[in-house]
Design a protein around this ligand. Sequence first.
Ligand SMILES: [Zn+2]
Length: 306
Amino acid sequence: MAIALYTHPDMLDHRPGAGHPEKPERLSAVLDALSDATDLHLEPMEAPLADLAELQLVHPEAYVKAILEAEPSSGLRRLDPDTAMSVGSARAARRAAGAVVSAVREVAAGQRQRAFCAVRPPGHHAEPGRPMGFCLFSSVAIGARAAQAAGLARVAVVDFDVHHGNGTQAVFEDDASLFYASVHQWPHYPGTGQPSETGVGNVANAIVPPHAAKAAWRAAFESIMARVDAFSPDLIIVSAGFDAHAHDPLADQSLEEDDYAWATRAIVDVARARAQGRVVSSLEGGYDLRALGRSAVAHVRALQAA
Ligand SMILES: [Zn+2]
């Protein structure tokens, strides 16, 4: 099966500062690794700029305008201790959200089943009214709302980034037509995502301690996938962060590429059983360039295996 690959070079122009782990080379590493994997059947697609109405599917108008106007004319503008904007950041963030929106619309229209969005900045920490944790717009949550507007009534997000997606959860937790499932390290940034946070019965948080065995991570992941299966979504959107990799500098987990392939197969299995195979995946974290590229390849390879 061919996989749509949504990306755009504008997303290399977001430069949050020297030494910042969320650097442009991350996107290059992913694209280079995908390009080198000659067994992948990728259909390159241009990630469009999300427009104001699309961003406002999740964020208040005043927030969207404030972010777009916060872009500096030179240098850096710091929004929080981890999150900064450079020249080009607003377009990059609009492309990142636009990629997910376009991908879900194509899937909703029946034009394809699977897509991978190679994007940055990531999105899952951005709350409706607050940038946070390298994230400006809550891209995956925006994609979920766009999918609903395109006729896919029930949308589940599976977030295997090592950090809890507090922003996505904030959008989803009061809306029973959406489901948010996350496995993440705890204690760890951002400090949310306890299993006791259950929304309106539509949030499943599974935690693993630092230095957890792979088997513990897999068991936690299986527990959330059982909940996603029971929710019976029309579409699964993946917050694909690869920072639970053993080599990642920002966390203390022990996953390797084959674990991401395994997790992706589990997602595809539920999608085939419940959602006519529909899966849209979007890059979140992952900060060791080599591990990031190899993990993304393993993920996309498993996505394309019907
Ligand atoms: Zn992360």
